[in-house]
Write a protein that binds this ligand. Sequence first.
Ligand code: ADP
Ligand code: MG
Length: 583
Amino acid sequence: MTPTPVWRRALPYLLLLAAAILLPFTGSTYWGVIATRAAIYWVLVAGLNLVVGFAGQLAIGYVALLALGAYTTSVLCARTGIGMVPALAAGGVVGALFGVLVGLPALRLRTFYFAMATLGFATIVTQVALAWTDVTGGGVGVPGPSLPAPFDTPWGFYAACVMLAALATWMTANIAASRFGRALVALRDADVAAEASGIAKAPLFVTVFLFSGAAAGIAGGLFADLQTYITPDAFTFDLSVLFFIAILVGGRGSILGPLLGTLLLTALPEVAAPLVAWSTFLYAALLLLIVLLMPGGIAELLDWRNRRPLTQDRVVLPRPALLADLLPERHRAPALAVRDVRLAFGGVRAIDGLSLDLHAGEVHGLIGPNGSGKTTTLNVIGGFARPQSGSVVLGATRLPQGAPAARARHGIARTFQTPRMVGEATVLDNVMIGGGVTARAGFMEAALRLPRQLREEAALVRRARLALGAVGLDALAAVRCDRLQHSELRFLEIARALLAQPDFLLLDEPAAGLAAPEIHELGALIRALAARGVGVLLVEHHADLIFAICDRVTVLDLGRVLAAGKPAEIRAHREVVSAYLGA
Ligand code: ADP
Ligand code: MG
């Protein structure tokens, strides 16, 4: 499958824009007002979409930020006499600040608790607006602001709102297609893989909450202009629900879907005027239908390409020769050492005094029966588990514990015993998630497609294709990841890990579920990685693979080292043979 060309992806947006430009020529001021409202809602929903549709956070109280933006803009205009444009900017700033304030609980609270927190905030804002009469006018309200000419007529204002909506669409589509969009989705669907790829949740969430809060605040200012007069009861719970449902109806992880969802939900009560009183009920029914019948929303309906059948009996044929381009010649990394680590889960001593040395360019096998502490060892090295004592040392640096996202920067990458992937993203996007650590361009550079961002993205795509070629999956680059076979996911995880250009690669049972020829290919690939200077820690049950490709082997039993040495020594070790190899 070839990737969709840019013009084809842009086509639906261009059609919508053309419709927006043609609307004034119909002369229908009635629909002009509705379209203006839809454009304003979309400015908010576009930002919220990053939080809900991409990051997967149930932020349902965004009407609060709309209200804050509306009041900031209106009050500044009415009481200080500054123009609406600077007042609107101030509304954006207030929205951004409170966006972070409302969003921060998402770092600690899970789904519904976070949803309740945002809802609680919405209630507080309305109550404050009612009570703080000196500033907000309380129940009487304040007059809305008005844009300067030529945007002070209904159609002029419509044009301004459509332009801002187009800008919001463009910026969020750029973010969605950048490493930031991929990181949000990775945190949503495969958080441990995201962390192992060096994606730190807190700074990314703060940035996204700033951005979506600013969009909501600006939408609020425009909303106040449209209303001409605002009171607290303009900011109903229904409105918050509309924003949220527009995204669910549209489909998570999409821009076009929620855009169509917003248009649909804004227009729906108008086309079916007698139903207005029922709108809450309608939204609820619509939501139920979507959840039950098409959980992917409008976006999934539009995604017909991914319903085309894939060829069956595909084989993974790695081309290790491509690694030469992917992993540049480097100075040899210092050794990675595990020093006397102890880690118990309650009464279970998962690791009981383990020491281990990994060297650049070597394959180190880690074997042992189930439950002997192999995965836990990988978790300790990867920063996912905090040992009670002992340390992980890279050269002379003691690596901080419990900070998995920082490990990628130290050149440590890993795969998982159960592959962790973003099922809804393409194979190529999944691989590119691994390359975020090598990028420098910031969030706004991504939003505005500035040159450095474009350069880095192009380089990342090139490297991701190389990695896919190296592991033998390049033919599947444009396929949704959830359509892959298990064995393909194993190789895909390796490709993702390679994109971080690691010095050390930790593989947790990469041959599990692979057919014999695939295991052979995997072995050759791992040897080729070592030949490029990567130090590999290989946890495996296939003794043949271990003895065929490892330079050293450590045997674990009940969290302790039972034996360590060259493969030949291990093979001859009496206790290991009787306890584990069983021959
Ligand atoms: P292996 O990968 O060698 O099969 P693990 O490292 O997964 O073994 O597990 C080692 C021991 O630690 C097992 O007894 C397992 O049940 C226990 N263990 C691992 N992770 C946890 C955890 N998060 N909580 C409690 N016990 C755990
Ligand atoms: Mg394990």
